[in-house]
Ligand binder design. Sequence first.
Ligand code: C2E
Ligand code: MG
Ligand code: MG
Ligand code: MG
Length: 292
Amino acid sequence: VARSGGGAAQCLYEPGIDRVVEGQVAMQRDLRHAVERGELRLQYQPKLVADSGQLGGVEALLRWLHPTRGFVSPAEFIPVAERFGLIGELGQWVLDEACRQMRAWMDTGQEIPVAVNVSVHQLRQADLAERVQRSLAHHHVPARLLTLEITESVAMENLDTSLRMFDMLASLGVHLSIDDFGTGYSSLAYLRRLPATQLKIDRSFVRDLDDGTEGSRAIVQAVVHMAHALQLRVVAEGVETETQATHLRQLGCDELQGFLFARPMPPEALVAWQTERQARSADAGIREAVGR
Ligand code: C2E
Ligand code: MG
Ligand code: MG
Ligand code: MG
């Protein structure tokens, strides 16, 4: 939306739109300082291996702790960052922080694979692969522990340029994941050319499983079959109910992620969450062994 100088052009806009733009302008001003003021955080949401319940990895989700607004949702500030040219800096911070955290976990003897979300603007940076490699090298983290999640609609945009970037990234040894799958309009022929190793079924299809119809199961089933035929691991996002989880396991999803299992959490909480789970499963093992 262009800012008009007032006068006649003003009448073309809904009265609310200028206020939205003003809000975004105010937000971008604060966002410019967020990195240097240390207001950004990463929270980590587990992905569980569907059949064993083991931790398959975590997704890093960006949080902005604003001094007066409190936690601002990425759904609000990522679009602002993209619009005002700040996403490059934020994306770099996320990449670096995720690598730093993986290193910190490795130093305590834990290898936890981390997935970070990559925006369309980052994909347009010609040196993205170099940046990724530099972050990994700086923190001495093996590339195989890092996954880059790219939204389906973004991955399919400017396909030839994107494909070249994906190939460069994949040749570093990082994993590529197609996020929110089913919300874009993928050409299946192109999907085959993406050097991805993972596909995340969008939350909307997971939610539909609750309606108990054959149709909603059939869609998930078709996606799983197709993904497996292309050697992609399938992750279901936004799993909130036992019913959904049961269906998704039956339909052959490889990993499950959602509030049913865990919300995104700070890194310390993740370690506590895992320790507690391990203690519980050891307990269950002992009870089973003594036949109780
Ligand atoms: P996404 O990558 O598809 O992430 C999944 C979103 O769903 C997250 O919202 C997560 O908290 C939420 N979620 C997870 N499980 C459930 C569930 O069971 N039920 C429901 N209702 N929601 C669930 P969040 O953290 O608000 O992030 C929203 C979006 O913002 C992300 O969608 C991603 O596209 C973007 N985003 C987050 N962090 C970053 C980042 O570091 N860089 C970029 N470029 N984008 C980011
Ligand atoms: Mg994601
Ligand atoms: Mg997603
Ligand atoms: Mg989604």
